[in-house]
Unconditional design. Structure first.
Length: 644
């Protein structure tokens, strides 16, 4: 999943800068993120005189880590970036992630035995828009009254979180740009994960135990496979960070640090009964203000589980903002979940392996409609199909497909008042099995699903799809909006995802000899009725073959039925419109497939485009003879090749 290639932000090479400082006996001063007000804010000055201090000026024995990383290390500072601190809390409990974000961490640590090695420079690594990016910072941190202003550890001599935050602020333009954001976005930047937003308010799971359990099973799977989960409670503008009577805080990001089915009872009896309760452990980045309800620190519910199970849960008296909660209460109080899946694409794995396709694209404007790529959503029928289009195949009988659309982060533009995300989404169409060119008509295609359109950095869809060919059309909500995007698709087998660039077949050097298409025809075969096998017993396993000018398309096989629904599509660019299109029905057999009838279509421009029900007939010289059954289909033809 992760490319070995790493780029340097602002072309600042960590090793070269560090060596240069060591040779000169100087501490690094970052010219790309200077100690000025511009690095702190763009609109809201800080309440006090800011001094930039190195860790050695704040404590006598600074460290990057003190006894490793822990979610308890972090406390939110003065900027409203609980979302970022919550992401850091999730990062801290996953060594496989933070060791990517803080590369060569042991070498970056202070070394009291060799103080001459210290150069005041640190580097962090973020996954930005599909590639790992090294960001270097100096160790000068903003303070007021001798205390750190922003993110800090509860241990006064531990600085990994403050330095990581500084690197992220550098990427975003300044510290104030971190005020307000999404935890899932930060987790994606830490890991390359795929983010899914779940709206619990919309799901309305109160009183729906089966749906709640299904949600929990999904969250547990994400947690056990190294994913990251966070949550929050919606708030009106006047309710931001308002504390509720139950102890929870509205408009505030919480990190989920454990998901577990907890065994109820004591001793061997509890072990053999195996009665469990679904619980979630969370942490408030403030390090205080915890949940007061059932399963809170001092609640009587903890008496229901044994001492060994409590030990397995890592319960401590000094939990520093961390608390447990039942699934039922979680679904009742929280309104939003950000689920970040770290997708496994390694072929050498005992866990499920996904095939990944990644495409970068842009919504761009052009006066020529066929070259315009910013057509807006499906509300704008005249321009929607001008957007970029990506085709993929589902080759299994059914496959789970994950689709993630991400736009480039806009926080860096907040200084210019342009830092808001575009409203983006995508539509998914099932198209002809043999489609090779861009779609130009919506009416003749099947819109399988349309994502939510939202002004978030990413939009996600998880969907089960039957065998067939599909097209994804990512777009902004309004036409004419410009921006860059990254489309990621995951499937159980290689989906051969590629962008559709050509509108129609190209004119080739041999086109003058073999001919160039004069007409385009689309055939949609809905299904058949009244089919009959030769032995006249039981059902059949029918499929159709749609053929034209030496090109054929096969439908899926429909099992054990004489009234199949084929839902099969084919498109043909016809060099000789006088040659007909044939639709044959066959019964799939282990030894030899059985012919069940056909129809021959002239597919002329004058044909009506409404659905037809046609009688099946024999082949060859007996083509006039009827066979049992009818077939329902639709044929649309056009002289203009970009009509479909």
């Amino acid at each position: 999943m992760f490319s070995a290639h790493v780029v340097a932000h602002k072309n600042q090479q960590y090793a070269d800068l560090r060596r240069e400082c060591q040779e000169k006996g100087q501490l690094f001063q970052d010219p790309e993120f200077p100690c000025t007000d511009a690095s702190l804010f763009y609109s809201k000055p800080l309440p006090g005189r800011v001094e930039w201090k190195r860790p050695k000026e704040l404590c006598p024995d600074p460290r990057l880590f003190v006894e490793g990383l822990s979610a308890h290390d972090l406390n939110q500072g003065e900027v409203g970036n609980c979302w970022f601190v919550a992401a850091c809390s999730c990062l801290a409990i996953k060594p496989e992630l933070w060791q990517k974000v803080i590369p060569d961490w042991a070498d970056q640590e202070w070394d009291p035995k060799h103080p001459e090695k210290y150069a005041g420079i640190f580097r962090f690594r973020f996954w930005l828009f599909g590639e790992w990016t090294d960001v270097v910072v100096d160790d000068r941190l903003p303070t007021i009254g001798g205390k750190l202003i922003y993110c800090r550890s509860k241990l006064g001599n531990e600085f990994w979180s403050a330095l990581l935050e500084k690197a992220y602020a550098k990427l975003s333009g300044c510290y104030e740009s971190l005020s307000g954001g999404n935890t899932g976005d930060a987790v994606v930047d830490f890991s390359g994960a795929v983010a899914e937003a779940i709206d619990l308010e919309k799901a309305a799971l109160d009183g729906k135990p089966e749906e709640r359990d299904k949600l929990f099973t999904g969250l547990l799977k994400v947690y056990e496979r190294g994913g990251v989960i966070s949550c929050s409670i919606k708030a009106s503008p006047h309710e931001i960070e308002a504390r509720m009577a139950c102890g929870l805080v509205k408009g505030h990001a919480y990190s989920v640090t454990m998901v577990k089915r907890v065994r109820v009872g004591h001793g061997l009896l509890a072990y053999f009964k195996n009665e469990t309760l679904p619980l979630l452990r969370m942490r408030n980045p403030w390090g205080k203000h915890e949940w007061k309800g059932a399963w809170s620190d001092s609640s009587e519910e903890w008496a229901k589980i044994g001492e060994m199970e409590r030990g397995n849960l890592g319960l401590t008296v000094e939990d520093d903002g961390e608390f447990w909660m039942s699934l039922e209460d979680f679904c009742h109080y929280f309104t939003d979940i950000d689920v970040c899946r770290v997708i496994n694409t390694s072929l050498l794995s005992i866990h499920k392996t996904w095939y990944e396709a990644v495409h970068h694209g842009s919504w761009t404007r052009h006066a020529e409609p066929l070259r315009n790529r910013c057509g807006g959503c499906m509300n704008h029928r005249q321009t929607f199909l001008q957007n970029p289009q990506f085709l993929f195949d589902v080759s299994k009988e059914e496959d789970e497909i994950l689709i993630s659309l991400q736009q480039r982060d806009m926080k860096i533009h907040r200084r210019r008042g342009q830092g808001e995300n575009l409203t983006i989404g995508f539509a998914l169409f099932k198209v002809e099995r043999n489609r090779k060119y861009r779609m130009h008509d919506i009416i003749t295609q099947q819109n399988v699903e349309t994502s939510t359109y939202i002004n978030a950095r990413s939009v996600f869809m998880r969907i089960m799809l039957p065998r067939g060919r599909y097209v994804i059309i990512p777009s902004t909500f309004q036409p004419g909006e410009l921006g860059d995007f990254m489309l990621r698709l995951y499937a159980d087998v290689d989906a051969d995802c590629r962008e559709l660039n050509a509108d129609i077949p190209r004119v080739k050097c041999w086109s003058s000899i073999v001919g160039y298409p004069q007409m385009v025809s689309q055939v949609y075969v809905h299904g058949a009725e009244g089919l009959q096998k030769q032995d006249s017993t039981g059902g059949a396993d029918p499929y159709v073959i749609i053929s034209c000018e030496r090109s054929s398309v096969l439908s899926n096989i429909q099992k054990d039925t004489l009234e199949p629904l084929f839902d099969a599509r084919a498109i043909f660019y016809r060099r000789n419109p006088r040659k007909p299109i044939t639709v044959e029905v066959w019964n799939s057999n282990a030894v030899k497939d059985e012919f069940m009838g056909q129809v021959v279509l002239s597919a002329e421009l004058s044909d009506r485009s409404t659905p037809q029900k046609l009688q099946l007939r024999k082949k060859g010289g007996q083509a006039a003879d009827e066979m049992p059954g009818t077939i329902a289909l639709r044929v649309v033809s056009a002289r203009e090749l970009i009509a479909m």
